[in-house]
Each structure stands twice: as C-alpha cells, then as structure tokens.
Ligand binder design. Structure first.
Ligand code: 5GP
Length: 195
C-alpha cells in the first residue's frame, strides 16, 4: 500500500533490536486519515471472505479495527492485556511481547467470542506472531473460527508471517519490512495497485 509505505519511509525510525518506531502515526499519535485508508485496504483484501466480527488486541490495533468495523458495520472486540476483576467467564491465554520483553495474560469474554463467530483479527504489527498465536488459542477455546488476519506492518525477517501462512491462515500485511539493518528501513515491493 503505497500511502503506508511512503509514510513508513518518511516518519518511521529503525531502532536497535529490530524495532520499528512509528509513534507519530500509529503507536502514540494517530493519523485518522491513514487509519481510514488502512481499514479500506483491509476491507478490500477481505472482500471475498465471510466474517461477522473483528477482533484486535489493545492498544494499537484498536484504531484500525474500529475503522474497519465502521466500514463493514460489524462489531469490534479487543483482547485485553489485564484481566478485569469485574468480569467472569473470561477466556485466557499468554502472549509474549518481545518489544517489552514480558509475557502478558490476555483475555476476552466468552460473551464476545462464541462458536458462531467468524473473525478477522487486526493488529498493528506482525513480528514473531505471538499475539496472533494468542488469538488462535482464544479462538480454539471459544469455538470461533478465524477467517483472516490483517496487519498494518509485517516484519518479514522475524518469521511470524511465514509461520502463520504455513499454518494455512489468510494473512494480509499492508506493508512488509524486509530489513531494519544498519538503521535503514527496507520495504518489500508488493503487487498492490497504487491508490
Ligand atoms: P508479535 O506478537 O507478532 O511477535 O509482535 C507483534 C506485537 O508486538 C504487536 O502487537 C506490536 O504491539 C508489537 N511490536 C512488534 N514489533 C514491533 C515494532 O517493530 N514496533 C512496534 N512499535 N511494535 C512492535
């Protein structure tokens, strides 16, 4: 997606340890126009997929997910990183965050992820695929199925995308970073039309 590629090259910063900092439009300050275009692209890419719900994980997945939910007029649920004391009937999984180097207990209410749900999972980044594996585990526990997964930025060199595609999932990444070596951002050329 050219708009996104250009923005990553213009405003992204490559940090040591294979981390891409994009906090001026995605992880701290948010660009609503870009989020809307990102969601339109997800909507197009999942156009021939049948789904009734969008699931994301807090916090940075929420903005693109709610935009997609608005466009498709579908409910959006976010997986929580802290278990609320007021809720029972939660499904629980563990997700390791390599950017924060800690493991979270993540949870979602059984009321909002059910066997009748066909889900599109949306997140900001795909790195090793740990968050996605948490989603897969929660879906398995609930009986929901996963119709596809959409990521704004995939870091191709960390292998999560390859792993998930090998598992048979429909993975759509709007930008793919091939390398962050030498503080240089190298993006993969994808055959998507310029919009
Ligand atoms: P994964 O679970 O696929 O290993 O990593 C994805 C999660 O880690 C995303 O939800 C995102 O919050 C965070 N993450 C992974 N890599 C990066 C990165 O390079 N930059 C930022 N800002 N977040 C990242």
């Amino acid at each position: 997606m050219k708009l996104l590629d250009d923005r990553i090259l213009q405003d992204g910063r490559s940090l040591p340890g294979g981390i891409l900092k994009v906090d001026s439009f995605l992880n701290h300050q948010l660009d609503p126009n870009l989020m809307y275009e990102v969601a339109r692209e997800f909507s197009r890419r999942f156009d021939n997929v049948s789904y009734n719900k969008i699931v994301t994980i807090e916090a940075s997945g929420i903005a693109p997910a709610i935009m997609l939910g608005y466009i498709r007029q579908l409910p959006v649920v976010f997986i929580k990183k802290k278990q609320p004391s007021t809720m029972d009937g939660m499904l629980i999984s563990e997700v390791h965050s390599f950017t924060k180097d800690r493991t979270y207990t993540v949870c979602i209410s059984r009321n909002f992820l059910t066997p009748s749900d066909r889900v599109i999972f949306i997140d900001d980044f795909l790195a090793y695929g740990n968050a996605a594996m948490g989603m897969i585990d929660l879906a398995r526990q609930s009986g929901a199925s996963i119709a596809g997964m959409g990521f704004i930025i995939e870091k191709g060199f960390q292998g999560g995308g390859d792993r998930l595609r090998q598992m048979g999932y429909n993975i759509q990444s709007l930008a793919i970073v091939d390398s962050l070596d030498g503080c240089r951002i190298t993006l993969r050329k994808q055959n998507t039309p310029v919009r």
